[in-house]
Design a protein around this ligand. Structure first.
Ligand code: GMT
Length: 380
């Protein structure tokens, strides 16, 4: 198949999933055309099967804001015709599904290119549900030829908010060979020079991730006598609040802020515990990546997380903001190496058996084939 993929190219789960899906499809012999404002961060290599088409935008003084959606639609239409795309697969509904629908409609006399929209989370739960975007998001869902969601939770949230239920759940995935426990890595010694226990948090540091809670947990652990350090991977609007709280609690000497990182697996591979105290998470890709690296997860019992983390088996789940329980669960795990290892092993087993690329990528391919067939039958 010739597949067009659009993602937000910056750091973030939906961009990672879209980029890795493209790479996996190319490995299975498909031609993948990424259409985006710049090269997605996880897409480090192009090849004869992975192509990149940059969305160019003309700047004009009249435009207060550049009309990216239209430039994207134009590029999608051009690429769809030139490369004979079989479908356009967009990640994150807003504005990608609208641009794709516009592209499809603009060229349909020549070639009908079905549009598949994958919902990732806040495109439904926060942004899409907001009054300013709700009608156009619903239109995007209704007009897409196929819609997938990354968790059962997200499918249900979409039904409730948009009264739209033609949704296939295809969960996120990991490639087991890239996500491994690496306790012997030199990075371990760099981050924990005195053998301290390592807590790791990875996010885009938005309010919804509650990264300040990680500092609170670290403070409780250290004040309770656990020699732990916290590695904060990523960047975003809440980072200054995190640093401020770290300063207030006298914890910043035990926090390592490493900023945005291309290779998250390096940090997860040396972690003792992964922290994800989010107030909303439609899936929690980072928790899956941590489990694949045999790292027990301390997270909140919200959204799709209970679908990904087995409470009491691969991690511990708590209510939002229940710092005391999260700290005490972390202390339990950190004081018991056997328990930690057993949680870690079960986490990897769960990640590989339910969410490996071998299991999930064929689901996408089968779904593509179904949608292409259905669209062709409708056109005939
Ligand atoms: O968080 C977002 O606003 C968007 C998105 C992203 O690009 O990171 O995150 C969502 O998609 C990820 C990949 O499917 C999921 O793992 C995240 O749980 C989800 N974020 C939220 O629901 C807050």
């Amino acid at each position: 198949m010739n597949i067009g993929i659009t993602v937000y190219p910056t750091y973030g789960g939906s961009g990672i999933v879209g980029s890795e899906l493209g790479r996996e499809l190319a490995e299975r012999g498909h031609n993948v055309h990424f259409i985006s404002s710049f090269l997605p961060t996880r897409l480090t290599e192009l090849s004869d099967r992975i192509h990149f088409h940059e969305v160019e935008m003309m700047s004009y003084p009249l435009f207060e804001h550049q009309p990216y959606d239209l430039a994207l639609a134009t590029k999608m239409a051009t690429v769809a015709r030139a490369e004979k795309l079989d479908l356009l697969h967009v990640h994150y509904a807003i504005p990608h599904s609208i641009s794709a629908i516009l592209a499809r409609e603009s060229i349909k006399q020549k070639r009908y290119v079905p549009v598949i929209t994958t919902l990732h989370g806040t495109d439904i739960t926060l942004v899409g549900a907001d009054r300013s975007y709700l009608p156009i998001t619903r239109y995007g869902l209704q007009q897409s030829d196929g819609v997938t969601a990354v968790s059962k939770f997200l499918k249900q949230a979409t039904i409730e908010t948009f009264d739209f239920d033609e949704i296939e759940v295809i969960p996120n995935f990991i490639c087991g060979k890239y996500y491994l426990r690496t306790p012997e890595s030199p990075l371990k010694n760099e981050l924990a020079p005195n053998g301290e226990r390592l807590l790791v948090h990875v996010s885009n540091f938005r309010h919804v991730k509650r990264p300040v809670d990680c500092i609170e947990i670290l403070a409780r652990l250290r004040n309770g006598g656990t020699d732990a350090r916290l590695v904060m991977v990523g960047d975003g609007p809440e980072l200054s609040a995190v640093r401020y709280r770290g300063e207030q609690l006298g914890m910043n000497g035990s926090v390592i802020y490493v900023g945005k990182q291309a290779n998250i697996a390096d940090y997860l591979g040396v972690a003792d515990i992964f922290l994800l105290p989010s107030e909303l998470e439609s899936f929690g890709l980072a928790a899956l990546e941590a489990q694949a690296c045999e790292v027990p997860v301390i997270a909140t019992r919200i959204g799709g997380i209970p679908e990904v983390v087995n409470d009491g088996e691969t991690g511990f789940l708590s209510d939002i903001g229940d710092i005391e329980k999260m700290s005490s669960d972390a202390a339990t795990l950190l004081s018991d190496e056997d328990l930690r290892r057993s949680f870690g092993e079960k986490g990897r087993e769960l990640a590989i058996s339910r969410y490996s690329t071998q299991k999930i990528i064929p689901q996408y391919i089968a779904y593509y084939e179904r949608i292409i067939e259905r669209s062709a039958a409708a056109a005939a």
